[in-house]
Design a protein around this ligand. Structure first.
Ligand code: GDP
Ligand code: MG
Length: 298
């Protein structure tokens, strides 16, 4: 894991439809991460992507409500948005510099004004490349939310996006990483990542040879009704004799491993997790090329 002080935070990208939010998110990420959950609006936070750079990590999240047509934003939805915003560290409000603000932008501004104190909003004027009078438009948007920092960019322009990314990274509060440091760069799937967490928790608790003889594999990772994620991970040991040690007296060891891993998974995924663990014997898997392949080691 990363040494020394780390900085991390949740960043929400908000704005009415079609202003370039998705384009900007993809550009900020640079790399596309596998979506962790395919279902929007089942929880208050849905992770859209992670960007890690050195000792800083941005977790981009969705806030519910923005997906509806903005002109239908009801009081109820505005309240939901405001609540969701309470859990983020930075808000990027994206607007379209080609046009002056509309009623939809005013509604967005209203929701943002009601956010809890101390959460900075950066007002990002997008589509600078195609705007005729960008300064005038920017000024009109800024009037809707006095005090917000403003930036003009093109989400399609790499340099501008890199600058914005650096600014966001600098705004993150001190705090532990929410995801493994290499998460955004690797193509590790959520299944592999869950397996890795379980293995780490097992290794922490076992002594001698046994930790190294454990391999883990997630066999199921599925979203269930109500937004709960069901994960089934198998721990493989090399010898029958290792099994009872890993399971522990009255299953205590395995339960401890499961609880610790589940807690982290549920924080990372921002939703309840049901983690089922099973222990199986895979004789001498460390010396078996086929087993190594099967368990995800090349
Ligand atoms: P969202 O609904 O806010 O997520 O908007 P999208 O990211 O889907 O973008 C809406 C449209 O605006 C798409 O056709 C994008 O290609 C276009 N777009 C996004 N960013 C820019 C930009 O910086 N300049 C120009 N000219 N078009 C952009
Ligand atoms: Mg979009």
């Amino acid at each position: 894991m990363t040494e020394g002080t780390t900085y991390s935070g949740f960043v929400a990208i908000v704005g009415k439809p079609n202003v370039g939010k998705s384009t900007l998110l993809n550009a900020l990420l640079g790399v596309k991460v596998a979506p962790i959950s395919p279902k929007p609006q089942t929880t208050r936070k849905r992770v859209r992507g992670i960007h890690t750079e050195g000792n800083r990590q941005i977790v981009f999240v969705d806030t519910p409500g923005w997906h509806e047509a903005a002109d239908a934003l009801s009081e109820y939805m505005i309240r939901q948005i405001v609540e969701a915003l309470a859990e983020v560290n930075v808000v990027l409000w994206v607007v379209d510099l080609r046009h002056p603000p509309t009623r939809e932008d005013e509604l967005v501004a209203r929701a943002l004004k009601a956010r809890p104190e101390g959460i900075p909003v950066m007002l990002v004027g997008n589509k600078l490349d195609a705007a005729k009078r960008p300064e005038d438009a920017m000024e009109a948007y800024a009037e809707l939310l006095p005090g917000a920092e403003t930036r003009m960019i093109s989400a399609t322009h790499e340099g501008a996006v890199a600058e914005l990314r650096a600014e966001i990274l600098a705004m993150l509060p001190e705090g532990p990483f929410f995801y493994p440091p290499d998460f955004s760069r690797s193509d590790q799937s959520p299944e592999e990542w869950a397996a890795e967490l379980v293995r780490e928790e097992a290794m922490k608790r076992l002594r001698d040879e046994i930790p190294y003889s454990i391999a883990t594999k997630t066999e199921e990772f599925a979203e269930r009704r109500g937004g709960m994620v069901y994960i089934r991970t198998v721990l493989y040991v090399e010898r029958e004799a290792h099994k009872p040690i890993l399971i522990g007296k009255e299953g205590r060891m395995l339960r401890e491993i499961g609880t610790a891993a589940r807690k982290q998974l549920s924080v990372f995924l921002a939703r309840p997790v049901y983690l089922e663990l099973a222990v199986k014997v895979y004789p001498n898997w460390r010396k078996d090329p086929e087993a190594l392949r099967e368990l995800g080691y090349e």
